[in-house]
Design a protein around this ligand. Structure first.
Ligand SMILES: C[S@@+](CC[C@H](N)C(=O)[O-])C[C@H]1O[C@@H](n2cnc3c(N)ncnc32)[C@H](O)[C@@H]1O
Length: 397
């Protein structure tokens, strides 16, 4: 039994739960391949599995940098690294940086580290925290050499001021040794995802209302250091059988990096809502650069967020054709996962099979029961999670 599921970062459409079946199937389909591509790597769950369970180079790609950082932390490393050696000196550096900020404020503990229980107190604390992060802290932060994107954009919203400062300080003081740095950044991304005060995924933070205030307080009390250490432990012991690579790139480019006879595992988006709407907080952390944000979701402007043809109903069919035809023309075998029924981007497993007809020598479909996040709804329902059937399709050249 592969114990990945317990440690998975929450991610829409992640295939961790399918790995007990999908993992074996991919290893079998890759038996003659030198390399395997995971061009829509997302949480990195499948890339990690393949890196650990094969001796093939894994080429991971995604439009989102944070997803690529997650995959890179395992696929680009063939030796385990020491969790303690990463964590201890790193926390020390980050804590010193936070102290420079916190020491400037009398009663700093009370103003940045919340412990209220009554709803009214929580609401006024949240409002105070927002004002603190938006108008008071920036003047001080300007005088420091580091950037503080999480504090300025999301402090008092997705994170308590203290959590946000700590996330920024950790981002600014990452280890320098490349393998350690990569593991550290992937663990930091997971930590932020676990702490975010948001329902489900990170599209919008909880608002300080009578019903949601308690959820904000619960999230703001999550311990960054403890979660970070757990995440480092989970990642540091994993490594690849053969060195691979992870890059921010469109799926076509990832596929082009393979040679004839290699295998592509494709898990494209099925929703008509872009992933970047839900994961902008993690993306900001991965980049480590300050961003202008607006609205309840604290979104960076749309032109600054990655957009996918698969999530545009007018372009999803052509994107699917490009995937199917691109793999075939390069003589690559393909395993694709997609909901069996019609998804909100207008595609279904059947669409991919119809585009592949006459091209591949064999097409084999397996159907498995799954529940999946609809990113706020699919064509038939606006519920957040649905029972559905997922198709796993092998296209063999
Ligand atoms: C269904 S998720 C993949 C989930 C992943 N298999 C896992 O187990 O976590 C789809 C991913 O495709 C990425 N994506 C969307 N369009 C893309 C494109 N044109 N090229 C590369 N990646 C893309 C999204 O950012 C998202 O992370």
């Amino acid at each position: 039994m592969y114990g990945l599921e317990r440690h998975l970062m929450k991610y829409m459409g992640h295939k961790g739960k399918l790995l007990s079946f999908l993992g074996d199937l991919l290893v079998e389909e890759a038996s003659d391949a030198n390399a395997i591509a995971d061009p829509f790597c997302g949480s990195g769950a499948v890339s990690w599995y393949l890196a650990q369970n094969t001796k093939k180079a894994i080429m991971s790609g995604d439009l989102q940098k944070f997803a690529v950082c997650r995959a890179a932390s395992v696929v680009e490393r063939t030796e385990p690294v020491s969790a303690a050696a990463i964590f201890r000196p790193w926390i020390k550096r980050a804590t010193s940086l936070v102290k420079v900020v916190v020491d400037k404020f009398p009663n700093a503990e009370a103003s940045v580290e919340p412990n209220s229980k009554a709803t009214g107190d929580i609401i006024s604390l949240v409002i105070r925290s927002r004002v603190f992060c938006e108008t008071v802290l920036p003047n001080l932060l300007e005088s420091l050499a580091s950037q503080f994107p999480m504090t300025k954009a999301y402090g008092g919203h997705y994170f308590s001021p203290m959590q946000a400062l700590m996330l920024d300080a950790l981002r600014a003081t990452l280890p320098r040794v490349p393998d350690n740095r990569s593991v550290a950044l992937a663990a930091l991304i997971e930590t932020a995802s676990r702490c975010a005060a948001a329902p489900g995924h990170t599209a919008q933070p909880f608002q300080p209302t009578a019903t949601s205030a308690i959820h904000i307080m619960e999230a703001w009390q999550r311990p960054v250091e403890k979660l970070l250490f757990e995440a480092i432990e989970t990642i540091s012991s994993r490594c690849a059988g053969k060195i691979g690579a992870a890059r921010v790139m469109d799926f076509g480019e990832t596929i082009n990096s393979l040679e004839e006879g290699d295998l592509v595992f494709a898990d494209p988006p099925y929703s008509d809502v872009h992933y970047s709407r839900f994961y902008h907080v993690l993306e900001t952390l991965a980049h480590g650069r300050e961003v202008e944000v607006s609205g309840r979701g604290r979104y960076p402007e749309i032109s600054k967020r990655p957009s996918s043809r698969f999530s545009l109903r007018s372009q999803s069919e052509q994107a699917a054709r490009d995937l199917i035809i691109g793999c075939h023309s390069r003589k690559l075998n393909l395993v694709l996962t997609f909901p069996s029924g019609e998804a909100s981007n207008g595609l279904s497993a059947e669409s991919f099979m119809s585009f592949a007809k006459g091209l591949y020598s064999s097409i084999e479909e397996h159907k498995v029961d799954s529940d999946f996040s609809t990113l706020g709804g699919n064509a038939k329902s606006r519920g957040a999670r649905l029972k559905c059937q997922e198709s796993i399709i092998c296209f063999r050249v």
